[in-house]
Design a protein around this ligand. Sequence first.
Ligand code: ADP
Ligand code: MG
Length: 508
Amino acid sequence: MAYETYEPVIGLEVHVQLQTDSKIFSTDATAFGAEPNAQVDPVSLGHPGTLPVLNRKVVEYALRLGLATHCSIAPRSVFARKHYFYPDLPKGYQISQYDTPICYDGYLEIYPGEDEDTEGGRPSRPDSKRIGLTRIHMEEDAGKSIHQEGGKTRLDFNRCGVPLLEMVTEPDLRTPREAYLFLKRLRQMVRYLDISDGNMEEGSLRCDANVSVRPRGREAFGTRTELKNLNSMSHVEKALDYEITRQIATLEKGGSVQQRTLLWDPDAGTTHPMRSKEEAHDYRYMPDPDLVEVEVDDKMIADVEADLPELPRARQQRFVDEVGLPPYDASVLTEERAVADYFEAALDELYKRTKGGDTDAQAKLVSNLVMTEVMRVLNEQDIAIDELPVGPERLAQLAFLRVEDKVSSNGAQEVFEVMLKEHDTSAGKIADERDLIQVTDAGAIEPVVEAVIDDHPEQVETYLGGKDGLLGFFIGQVMQRFDGSPDPQLVREMLRDKLEARKEGVEE
Ligand code: ADP
Ligand code: MG
């Protein structure tokens, strides 16, 4: 309703916590889950007389993200001090970048239609939309204030100096869903680049959202508010929804939106303003005299570029064009780099065994096993793919049994279940031990089929009289008498042929 007359405009500011071994300006460790204040050297604590030294890895990671998102790279950029007073900031200023970010003017693509119509009819190649990136800059994190009951606050300085990349988008997003999809793509990207785990719930990805509304058709932006305390991708979406509705209602009542910072309250599902004192900032940015300019030369850019992994979109396209997968499979399998790696490793192992044949069908077979069996277990057990007891090599054993038609698709499911528990037994051995190997040898099946037909003259007559449904009865009889698992498809065809042959015989 109101969305029809007003258009939301959204821009995000996202902090990506980098997974380097040491901090941005010191050799302090950054291990997650350490005892409070166990990773606090004098630099992190801002002791007088200490000097920051830039961690080269942070520059490299910034370039990885910048190059992967089509940014220009500044040949020289400057670290600046951003001053503010807060107990978790022992130096009294945060080292950040101000007017010269290391990366600027890039974009990240989202696919707005990707999750529409989930009833099997997902658009396989939804249109893409570019979300402009104003800048990506490097900075250090502050510590953590832990507010306790009774009014006491404790401080953990472990996080002081942990490296962050701050990314600022252009106001290009138009719906809360697009903001959600942007974060999903950004998370995927930082994981592909192996620079962060991108986990919003754990704070490795933190997002503030700026939002305004304008009457549809008008070019000028409305007044925006900034939403903070968004701790998951779905909170970002919900908070934006709430705030857009609030802004529209305000305007409809003839009021005006105040530019200010609002905190999302996930329990109440509402936003409320920050105290205005907390909002009033005068950061007094100035170049940090303790740090030299960051120089990035062409060689460094070329080295980082050469080292970039294949990125999600390119990989998805290759899975379609070269591996021969349907687009839907390609998008599911490339969502997580580790899953795509697993799939490709399993497929390579399968190719080694098949040495040719219908490779598209083989790829689809492995894809089905990954998308159904493997992903189901990952979800059920909430584990990462590298924790799965069935590695790619063993999945290929199972796929090979299917390629050779040695097990049915139900049989394959059963074998997979056992493989999860029996870590050292091959797929073939499991299938053998559980009598799941299909007999596909017509010569072995034929006598049993004939015996069954001979033993049931009445049913044969009824069948030939037009009761086709009896075929199932004959199949059941053959399966029962057979020692092992005859290929059901073969049994069905053979029975039908032989029964039809009798019909012709009768008519003669
Ligand atoms: P600030 O000076 O407060 O940091 P910026 O101009 O850097 O503001 O913008 C911060 C974020 O707000 C950016 O992501 C930008 O895209 C977004 N933004 C700017 N103007 C608007 C607006 N009118 N509506 C929604 N988002 C906006
Ligand atoms: Mg800004």
